[in-house]
Design a protein around this ligand. Sequence first.
Ligand code: KOT
Length: 792
Amino acid sequence: MTAADLRDAILRHLAYELGTDPGHATLHDWRIALSLAVRDRLVDRWFAANSATRAAQPKRVYYLSMEFLIGRLLEDAIVNLRLEDQARGALADLGLELDAVVQNEPDAALGNGGLGRLAACFMESLATIGCPAFGYGIRYENGLFRQSFQDGRQVEEPEDWLSQFHAWEFERRDVAQEIRFGGEVTEKDGRAVWTGAEAVIAAAFDTPIIGWKGRWANTLRLWSAQPLHGFDLARFNRGEYAAAAEPEATARTISRVLYPDDTTGQGKELRLKQEYFFTAASLRDILRRFEEEGGALADLPKKAAIQLNDTHPAIAGPELVRLLHDERGMALDEAIATARGCLSYTNHTLMPEALERWSEDLMTRLLPRHMQLIERIDEAHAAEMPGRRVTLREHGEVKMGEIAFTMAHKVNGVSALHTDLMKETVFAELHRLHPDRIVNETNGVTPRRWVLSANPRLSRLITETIGEGWVDDLEQLEKLEASLSDPAFLDAYAKAKRENKADFADWLAAEQGVRVDPEALFDVQIKRIHEYKRQHLNILETVALWREIKANPGAGWVPRVKIFAGKAAPGYVFAKEIIHLINDVAEVLNADPVTSPYLKVLFLPNYNVSLAERLIPAADLSEQISTAGKEASGTGNMKFALNGAPTIGTLDGANVEIRERVGARNFFLFGMTAAEVEARRAVPDHAKLAIQADPRLGGALKAISQGAFSPKDRHRYRGVVANLTGQDYFLVCSDFTAYWDAQRRAEAAYADPDVWHRMAACNTARSGWFSSDRTIRGYMGDIWGTVPLVAE
Ligand code: KOT
């Protein structure tokens, strides 16, 4: 396809789909016309992949996830179809710039953070590898809330990404499932019959996901909840207008909004309904496909690998048993074994508050048959495992982690450390009973989005140096090793970073009205706001540094910009106070004429995938400073390393593996290990001891508690300070001094450009293992037993 062909296609779509002409088209119209023109190319590949799959009838992968944080899709499609030059050319002909058009697309924010973004990277890697797969999730009308700040406080507004025409999905009116809740269980001919009382329709919307070079495409199928019957005409005719519309509104509630919760439990009935809704619809879809291909039920595990992304779809265990046993008459033990043969479960957190538990009362009310089956599964498990102490229920609650584990043939953690801790802590007893069940699959990120599209300058340099093979074989980045001592390469590497930083500084000035010096060290912490992620450790160090600079402005400080971004769950009061504190500190520091040439603080609003794509290529230093043992893996850490931002971090999650690969000299390590964290917590007054030992920490805390950053409300941070000086569960104080020292080491390295750029380039050259292609190959080999369908 030439640029002229694409231009003609754009004009055709503009006229015949959008009904407008070039003289009247808005940026939005051009974006839709381009999307439709690109989509045409993509659909051909998608059909080809689907018919190849239908012909070969291979084992398929089904990835069940409450969240798919896919972000923008147009650029992904253009890059993977290799239409970039044509798109630039076509738009230039039309007097438009590709970047502006691409950025007109709203972010599909159908996820909270790491878990949802991982699912999106996996979908792209599955397509690149050519592994036949479906992603199954919910088509939320409102994705994660839009964040803004008012007087430094987080304000949440709905994110109505679907209010604009969405060019990437196809509604499948022929594919729908009826999903029921409540009602009762009776018996007929020796079989349980569940008649649910309330019913909704799960309607399918398909988004094609295209792999690198368009070799393969899979489907992301998202379910939308719709009423069984439209509105109630009889009531309407009686003049009861609101009541007439009520059934429709109730049904739609299920796919109305993504829960803005990350690692904290959500006890709402609606949440359980969402989980059952999409899990049940997906399983029925999977069985329908299997039965259409004429397989014998016992062979289901040979044809379907069903991955549960955390426990959110864990009801899949009991539901699949119900579909096989109650609805298809398979013996219970065989149904359990068959379901287990298909299912596997990924755990993403050890935080106790995030391990889902549902009250038995709620479960019995909403899913009475599942509750009975959970009891039967529990009995069957007890019979298999005499002497076991685990149960699926406890204190009137159903434990979804235990159900997922019991019903899965493989259970995986997302980094080596996290997998070890799973074996030692939450699943210790189950691991003893099933020593081969837990495996590790360290997370990864897709290099197409996170290097090739996000960082074109670096990508060009890499391709010029080692050829193009790295894009789908990221370990080829090792070949850069030979250039790490070549001054010309390091200069070019430094230049790419400098230009990325300058672009970012321009964007900041234009969009946020803030000016920063592109020569300063860009020190970046972007992720959900959570105590365990310790943004407050970062801001405490910032305050301490500000005080030092103020006391001695002439000491040759390395200019630094501290950049924060991230959302707090709306109900997480402490996280919101951290946001407020960072904004308050920023206001004082940025206005300080003595210190601001050396130290600025920015909190960018509304962190999302697109902001990450802009920021990561411009970052110098990656903040990964969680309390050791708490961050399951992290994936942002990998994106920064690949883009040449060394990590300042603890031995937590995948940081451990990043450091092993990039080398200890190219990683600013600090802080306690997971084992030391446990020991330190047992030390009485550990926080007070740490504060006494380091006057910089004491001084920073005192400044905050005395209202230096909240002069009109001096006691604003009483709670935060009390937490830190008291229990300090996440050991911010105990790790402070080590963090301070690591920051000074980072500064010293940054001050010597030769040292720094080599360090940064080492991070790029040695992070190839963190491709999600490698992760997916691990799942295929260790868990799913599937092979690619296209020759690689
Ligand atoms: C949220 C609620 C319940 C259970 C788990 C979560 C969760 C975990 N959400 N995101 N995570 C993150 O998942 C990422 C992908 O595996 C990890 O890299 C990260 O460490 C988790 O915090």
